[in-house]
Design a protein around this ligand. Structure first.
Ligand code: AMP
Ligand code: MG
Length: 507
């Protein structure tokens, strides 16, 4: 185990793709570039607050380095930069976006391959547009806890290594209603094979810059998809199918655990099929396909829980368009879209059958699942508790699952019992409980749980943060000592509390 300075640092993105000739500087358009070198803004008094031991072990790192991990200094081998990308935001092309408050430290060779380390909230870059390049404690805690929780849930995700508070205050208008407030600042160091997004390609295609597009595609495929190439149409299709598949699987997992990303813009879609950019995300409590945590989207609900698979397809279509200029016959790309749909359907069905203890699919199972989702929507039911209680059911009797209902008195008991009986017969009275327990988490980062951790941390108390970090490392285990606190439906106090049922992009 070593220090950041002892890691083997690389900068393939900087050496292999074209960049900005200027270092840092004011927000501006940077045509033809994939990146701009930027020096992070040193924080006033950095303090390490949260640390992922598992991530550190993968990197071969000892605890520490709060100065470097908040942008205060760099070690030899780091060449810090912000990536340039574009994106469709809420369905509209937004042009150049880029890392407005993310700065990559570099790539590190590890046993598990090369990983990129990136600071979020370490100051302005040429892509900061009108904003300050900073991040507040509340959103940093949300990113740290949730990305680590997702990893332990087996949902593909970027990781978090550390959270350092900066000792500075940052001005935020949390609900965009004119009530600005100073909040403590923080920097998260996040980790992924790369932070290349769909929008990383889109920016070049939509600006008609085929040359840069090709260089970036070459870089991406040769470093991150070593079994692929883009030498001809057939190879490109195979590569695109891999991206479609990993994206479909990621979203199928979101639907399995009840995660709502909240801002599925194309700049927030990782090329590796990893959950990326934890902003106004949320967790389904009452099983409501129309629910979105993001108040900015509360009117149209474009990114609500039930829309996520379809939005995945829409985003894949934009990705395919961005690749199309290098195809001889771009029409062939339609196959990839069909492939996404079939991969999603396959993954979804498999995971949901696992949720109800069926390991071997039979033709009538699709109907069983669709009846279940219909019933789940009929009255208020906590998704996580429902499926967890289902793991332990001893007879087809809805009374055994009453804890999952908000108002059990109003439950359509007959309909539930008849579904349970059909299911019970299908599984011969013995569902595969091992599979169920491994696919139905007992603990997820409910929105109000994150808020409890934030409220305490803003008071300088990181006990709940660390407790939740620990709890969510083993989300499928019973951990009975945490039941009273966290195996619970949304408490009354959280129902109309900002941060619990309402979130915004302001972070
Ligand atoms: P997001 O919706 O968080 O993925 O952000 C969309 C765009 O806004 C990205 O280009 C971000 O880098 C940028 N952005 C978000 N917050 C800030 C901030 N505080 N300072 C600078 N840029 C930001
Ligand atoms: Mg983003």
């Amino acid at each position: 185990m070593g220090k950041l300075a002892n890691l083997s640092w690389k900068n393939r993105f900087l050496t292999q793709t074209p960049g900005d000739s200027k270092v840092g500087g004011e927000p501006r358009q940077v045509p033809g570039a994939c990146w701009s070198r930027v020096i992070p803004t040193p924080p006033k008094s950095p303090k390490m607050r949260l640390w992922s031991k598992e991530m550190a072990e993968d990197l071969g790192l000892d605890y520490g380095g709060e100065d470097i991990l908040s942008g205060g200094s760099q070690v030899k081998g780091m060449d810090t930069y912000a990536q340039r990308y574009g994106g469709h935001q809420f369905g509209n092309w937004a042009g150049q976006l880029g890392d407005g408050r993310a700065i990559t430290l570099g790539e590190v060779e590890t046993k598990a391959g090369v990983l990129e380390l990136q600071l979020k909230g370490a100051g302005k870059t040429p892509y900061s547009r009108f904003a300050d390049g900073k991040a507040v404690l509340r959103s940093s805690i949300r990113e740290f806890l949730c990305s680590e929780a997702m990893f332990h849930l087996r949902v593909p995700t970027t990781r978090a290594l550390s959270l350092v508070t900066t000792g500075e205050m940052v001005l935020r208008d949390m609900m965009y209603d004119g009530n600005s407030k100073l909040e403590p600042g923080a920097v998260v160091c996040r980790v992924a094979p790369s932070f290349i997004r769909f929008g990383s390609f889109q920016i070049h295609t939509l600006r008609g810059d085929k040359e840069t597009l090709e260089i970036l595609l070459d870089h991406t495929v040769s470093n991150h998809f070593k079994n692929h190439s883009i030498k001809d149409d057939d190879s490109i299709i195979l590569w695109c199918k891999e991206i479609a598949k990993s994206t479909a699987e990621m979203i199928a997992h979101w639907m399995r655990v009840g995660f709502v990303h909240g801002v599925m813009n194309t700049d927030n879609m990782s090329i590796h099929g990893l959950t990326i950019d934890y902003g106004p995300y949320g967790w389904i409590e009452d099983f409501d396909l129309g629910w979105t945590p993001n108040t900015t989207d509360s009117g149209r609900k474009r990114y609500c829980f039930g829309n996520q698979p379809e939005i995945g397809a829409w985003n894949i279509a934009r990705f395919l368009e961005s690749v199309s200029p290098i195809m001889e016959n771009p029409e062939k790309l339609y196959d990839v879209l069909d492939y996404y749909v079939s991969q999603y359907e396959t993954s979804r069905e498999l995971l949901w059958l696992n949720k109800i203890g069926i390991a071997d699919r039979s033709p009538k199972d699709a109907e069983l699942l669709s009846e279940l989702t219909n019933l789940l929507q009929k009255c208020e039911i906590d998704m996580t508790i429902f499926f967890r209680e289902l793991c332990h059911i001893t007879s087809p009797d809805i009374n055994e699952l009453s804890y999952a209902f908000y108002n059990f008195e109003n439950a359509p008991v007959k309909e539930w019992d008849s579904w349970l009986e059909i299911w019970w017969e299908r599984v011969n009275g013995s569902p595969d409980r091992k599979i169920m327990l491994a696919n139905n988490p007992k603990y997820v980062l409910r929105n109000w749980m994150a808020q409890l951790a934030i409220d305490a941390a803003e008071d300088n108390d990181y006990l709940i943060c660390n407790q939740l970090h620990q709890l969510l490392k083993d989300p499928y285990a019973e951990q009975k000592e945490f039941e009273t606190d966290y195996y619970q439906k949304m408490p009354e106090w959280a129902k109309n509390r900002v941060g619990c049922s309402m979130l915004s992009c302001s972070s």
